[in-house]
Design a protein around this ligand. Structure first.
Ligand SMILES: C[S@@+](CC[C@H](N)C(=O)[O-])C[C@H]1O[C@@H](n2cnc3c(N)ncnc32)[C@H](O)[C@@H]1O
Length: 93
């Protein structure tokens, strides 16, 4: 049932599985325009959770706006918001 697909750490259009450990904005910058068919995000809440460094509201909003801008640039399809998750999908085959 499962084949042995290679797991890589840098984005490539021909790769099947990329696990990037770092700042998502840096990863997004390496992805070409309109090349993603699905984007699912779970952004930081910025409320002081143990795994996050709380930013000033203006900085947080700027940071998230940059991630959303880059995600939309990479994405080919429709954008929708479902609860706390933003899900972008496409009807393209
Ligand atoms: C709301 S939590 C997501 C939790 C995850 N959905 C789960 O169920 O475990 C936000 C996550 O985003 C990560 N994060 C914050 N800023 C990031 C960034 N610039 N690039 C990548 N991940 C980031 C945080 O470390 C945190 O794990």
């Amino acid at each position: 049932m499962f084949d042995k697909r290679k797991i890589v750490e840098e984005f490539g259009l021909s790769e099947h599985i990329v696990i990037y450990h770092g700042d998502c904005l840096e990863l997004l910058k390496t992805i070409p325009d309109e090349s993603l068919k699905l984007v699912v995000t779970s952004p930081p809440y910025n409320i002081g959770k143990e795994y996050e460094r709380r930013l000033k509201l203006e900085s947080y909003l700027e940071q998230q706006a940059a991630v959303i801008r880059e995600s939309v640039r990479c994405f080919l399809g429709t954008v929708a918001s479902v609860g706390r998750l933003e899900i972008m999908w496409t009807m393209a085959p």
